[in-house]
Design a protein around this ligand. Structure first.
Ligand code: 4AD
Ligand code: MG
Length: 479
């Protein structure tokens, strides 16, 4: 079957009734030797293909099974059945590839997300994952559009790097040395001078430092690339390989930075609502179903769709870390020691239970926390007048916790050097970063949005491993 197929989404939208069309896709179900539900990825909807079983060879009929790739040529007609507007009266069925029903793992029944993770190479073929990956695409596209329309340049920062941007030491090493027989230095250490790059290198944890260099000439830049963290956090919010969006803007301060992040999040979520209505309706229903099996107090008050509209239509609550600590110390779960980490004093690092309390219980809307203690934040954040806090901002979302982390950057050379000494960050290695503060320094700010956390929020998927095609996490690098 060589003719070009028309996509199912086009057929449903344009309804070329009584015309001969060709469709190609995968069989979801085949009922009564007659009705095929065909999916081709262009929409969550399947097209009903009605087989002319009297004029179709029995060997062909036998091969129409769940998972098989087929083509169908026939006439598009108004549908008699409920739930669909058009169907295809097939004159010819062509089998591209069979799927042995004895062996094909994806039978048309409900599979658990855990099981589907084990067959991640096939899970795209379910309604849930089809919807997730279409929405993921839409969000990625919307992000590029948001920045492009506002005069930002998309900058590709390196994936292999010699610096630890976040200073957290959670990096994957990159080496070509023979690990069984590494070259040694005179003092017995490993001689990285003999390594590929003649120095120690790793996978990047963030493109920020390089993005700052770009912003100091191009004005407004953003990155959108993979980042890698070897933190051993086996949670539903962490991946070892995730995608991050990092805008960086010269002459922006923290308020500008918050405005930009809020506008971007609202823009991309609205874009998904406008362009992925069917998929989001499906995911909203899925979540409502899942919710039913939860205890009453853990169910969400809003449906997924309502939650997305809520974000688009409401401003985010902005408050300082210090104000947030006051709220938390006064809170019932803190007083009753219901938190796993009870907040005892100013300076405590916030855990996701605290972040979620603020967002879900106290303010009931997205929250931007600013001005964190400098001890718990990265070296590059601008130090406030009080010399205790830095111009940091974290955006906290319901069900997710931290979705964005950013700051106004320390643009004063001497202050930055002092911070680096305090935090034992070698100046010599970051001479290039410090050069921007030596030559034409200016206030600037940026942030990082965890792309998978955004996709999680928009799709309502509970586990971050279900919003990236092939998740990498401790103990898993399959596929
Ligand atoms: O808060 P983080 O560590 O900030 C940075 O990396 C800065 N350099 C960003 C900047 O200012 N340009 O990470 C930013 C975001 C987090 O808010 C979170 O959404 C996401 O990246 N993130 C992760 N997502 C999935 N898995 C992980 N292990 C993540 N770690 C961070
Ligand atoms: Mg952070």
């Amino acid at each position: 079957m060589k003719e070009k197929a028309t996509s199912i989404s086009d057929l449903i939208a344009k309804k070329p009734i009584n015309q001969t069309v060709v469709v190609k896709g995968w069989v979801r179900t085949f009922r009564n030797n007659q009705f095929i539900a065909l999916s081709d990825g262009s929409t969550i909807q399947t097209l009903q293909v009605v087989v002319d079983f009297e004029n179709t060879a029995p060997e062909v009929l036998k091969k129409i099974t769940t998972g098989a790739a087929i083509g169908a040529r026939g006439t598009l007609i108004e549908s008699q059945g409920r739930g669909q507007s058009v169907e295809l009266k097939a004159a010819e069925i062509f089998i591209f590839g069979e799927a042995d029903p004895e062996k094909y793992p994806l039978q048309p029944k409900k599979h658990s997300l855990e099981f589907l993770r084990e067959i991640a190479h096939l899970r795209f073929r379910t309604n849930t994952f089809g919807a997730v990956f279409r929405v993921r695409h839409q969000l990625a596209f919307a992000i590029h559009r948001f920045f492009h329309e506002r005069g930002f340049y998309y900058m590709h920062t390196p994936i292999i790097t010699a610096s630890d941007a976040e200073g957290a030491g959670e990096m994957f090493r990159v080496t070509t040395l023979d690990l069984h027989h590494p070259p040694k230095t005179e003092t017995g250490g490993i001689d990285f001078k003999k390594d590929f790059f003649e120095r120690e290198t790793n996978l990047t944890v963030s493109g920020q430092l390089e993005a700052e260099l770009g912003a100091m000439a191009l004005g407004k830049v953003y990155t959108f690339g993979p980042t890698f963290r070897a933190e051993n956090s086996n949670t539903s919010r962490h991946l070892a390989e995730f995608w991050m969006i990092e805008p960086e803007v010269a002459f922006n301060d923290l308020d500008d930075n918050m405005d930009l992040a809020e506008a971007m999040l609202q823009f991309v979520i609205k874009d998904a609502l406008d362009n992925c209505a069917e998929d989001l309706d499906f995911l909203s229903d899925r979540l409502a179903q899942e919710d039913k099996s939860k205890p009453q107090d853990q169910r969400s008050e809003m449906s997924l769709i309502e939650r997305l509209h809520f974000i688009v239509n409401n401003t985010f609550e902005r408050l300082t870390y210090t104000e947030a600590i006051d709220v938390l110390m006064q809170s019932t779960p803190n007083k009753k020691k219901k938190f796993s980490y009870v907040i005892e004093e100013w300076g405590a690092d916030l855990q996701s239970e605290h972040e979620r309390y603020l967002v879900e219980k106290h303010f009931k809307k997205p929250v931007i926390l600013t001005d964190y203690p400098k001890e718990i934040k990265a070296f590059y954040m601008r130090v406030n007048e009080d010399d205790k806090t830095v111009r940091a901002m974290d955006i906290l979302f319901p069900g997710i916790g931290e979705i964005v982390g950013g700051s106004q950057r320390e643009e004063r050379l001497a202050v930055l050097q002092a911070r680096m000494r305090e935090m034992h960050i070698p100046e010599a290695e970051l001479y290039w970063y410090l050069d921007t503060r030596r030559f034409g320094t200016c206030p600037h700010a940026g942030f990082g949005l965890g792309f998978e956390r955004l996709v999680q929020f928009v799709t309502g998927m509970g586990n971050i491993r279900d919003v990236i095609a092939f998740p990498r996490y401790p103990g898993n690098a399959s596929f």
